[in-house]
Ligand binder design. Sequence first.
Ligand code: ZN
Length: 582
Amino acid sequence: MISRRHVIIPTVILSFLTIAPAAQQATKGGINSIQQEPLKEWLTYIASDELQGRATYSEGLGLAAGYIASHLAQWGVKPAGDNGTYLQIVKVLGVRTTSRATVTVEVNGQSRTFNDGEGITFPKNMGGKQTVVADQVQFAGYGLTLPSGTHDDYAKLNPKGKAIVWLGPSGPKTSETGLFRLLNAAARSRAAIEKGAIATIGPPGGAGFGGRGRGGAAPAPTPTPPATPGAAPAPPGGGRGRGGVVDDGDFTTVQRLDTKVPPAVSAEDEFFEHLFSGSDLKYADLKQKAANQEPLPPFALEGVKITFNVDADYAIVRTRLTHNVVGIVEGSDPKLKDTYVAYGAHYDHTGYREGVAGAGRGGRGGQAPANPEDRINNGADDDGSGTVAIMSIARAFAQGPRPKRSLLFVWHAGEENGLLGSRYLADYPVVPIDRIVAQLNMDMVGRNRNDDPKQSNTVLVVGSDRISTELHNINEDANASLPKPMTLDYGMNDPADTESIYTRSDHYSYAAKGIPIIFYFTGLHPDYHAPSDSVDKIIFDKVQRVAQLAYETGRRVANLDRAPVRDNKGPRVGKTVTGKIK
Ligand SMILES: [Zn+2]
C-alpha cells in the first residue's frame, strides 16, 4: 500500500505549478506590484475551508505549504529548505529529563547541597551542562517593575553578574490589574536575566516554570498572538493520545538541548531558610511580609555563594515533523548578498473544532458563532494576511529591482503551538544566523483594531526601536516616503503595556538571538481565533499598504552598506512618544 506522503505532497505541488491565474501574469515586480487583487486571490485559497484551518501536522497545512512553494518556484525565488526544496523540516521533540542538577549554598562558610527535586527545582528543560557560580547574591523583593512606575524593585540595584532572589508569588499590593503576564515566575525570571542576572531563584507556584525560552531561562508567557479572555488555548504542542498512549515526555521543544541558559530555579522553605540564615531579616519574616503583600525592600546577601550545577540527560521519546517554507531572493552586491533581510509570517492556524458543532465559542467575547455548523477556523487575518503579504513582497523582489543584500522569506509553521517554526529556524538556521541583519514579521495585518473604521490607515508597530534605533528610523522614513503614509501606532511597544506583545509572535525568536526586528500588526478584533476570521472581512487595500511599507523598509535596509547598528536601547516609543528617535 502506498504511503500518504507519496500521494499527497507531490500531487499538490505539481497541480499548483500548472496554475497561472490572471493576477499573476502581468507584473514586473517592485513596490507597485504589491496590489490587493493578487493578495485577495491567494488568501481566498489559503483561508478556504478546503485547508481546514491549517493546523500544524494537518493535511490543510501541507496544502498551504505546497501552494506557497509552487508560487515561489513560478516567481524564481530560490529554494532555501532541505535538499534543494522550499521546505525545511521542523522537528518537534517530546523529551524526558533525567536530572542530576544541584544547587550548593554557602552561607558564612556553612555549605549545603540541594538536589533537584529536594528543596530546589530546576526546569525540566534546563539547557546544556554547566556550572554557574554566583558570589554576589541579591534579594530583589518581589522582582517586579510595575508598568505604572509605582513599584520598581530594580530602581536601585544592578542585577548584572548576580544571582537574583525574589519572593511573593502574588506580588505587592497594587490597584493595577491585568498583571498576570508580569507576575508569573517565568516573566520575573526573564526580567532579571534581561538585566544581566546570571541565575534566578523564586518561590514555587508561579506559572511558567518547567521550560525555557530563547531569551533566557524561562519560556515566553504565552507564545501565541494576542490572547484574549475566553480564547481557546492552543495545545502546548502536545498530543497525548486519546487513551494517554502517546508519551510526550516532560516537555516539548524544537530548540537545541545543549544551549547553556542561565539557571532559573524554584525553591522551597528549607532552601530559603538556609539562604537567608546569615541575614538580618530572616526568611520567616520575609515570607510573612510577602504573604501580606507588604513592602519587601531589596538587600544584598553578604557572605553567600551559590553554585548551580546544571546537569541533565535528555531522552527524546517522541518526534513529530512539520515544515517551514523558505525561499531566498539573491541580492545584487557580490559581497553584501551573503547577508540577509528576513521576512516572516506564520502560515499555520488553529485548525477546526472536532467537538459538537455550535458548542464552541464564537469570537473573542465568547458569543455564539453566527453559523453553529461552521467549525473551521479559517485564519484569514491570523495569519493568512501576513502569509500573502510576504508572498507579494517575495514576488516584488524576485521580479523587480534587486537590492544589495539578499532577502530571506520564511513562512513559519506551528506559531499557534508556541512559535515552533521560528524557534527551530533560529536554532537551526538555513543561512548563518549572524548574517541576518533584520527580521520583519507580519502577523494579523488585515483588519482594523476592534473593527474601528478610524483605524483604517493605522498599523501597530512593535519592537522596532528595541535593538536598533537605526532600524526604527528607517521604518519611519520608509513610511514617510509612501504616497499615502500609514499612521504608525507604537502603543503596544510601550513598556507600560501589559500584553507583552513583543514576546508573542515569531519575531521574538529572532530578537532573542540579538537580531533587530519589526513586528507589524493591525490589532485584535472579535473574530480572533474564531471561524468568523474569514476572507470576506479582510481589508485588502490595507494589507497592500502594510506590505508596501514592509517592502520599502526591507529594501532600504537591504541597500545599507553596513548592517543597522545594534544599540540595544530598549523600548522608547510607546503610547505617547512616537516618530523618529534622535
Ligand atoms: Zn493566532
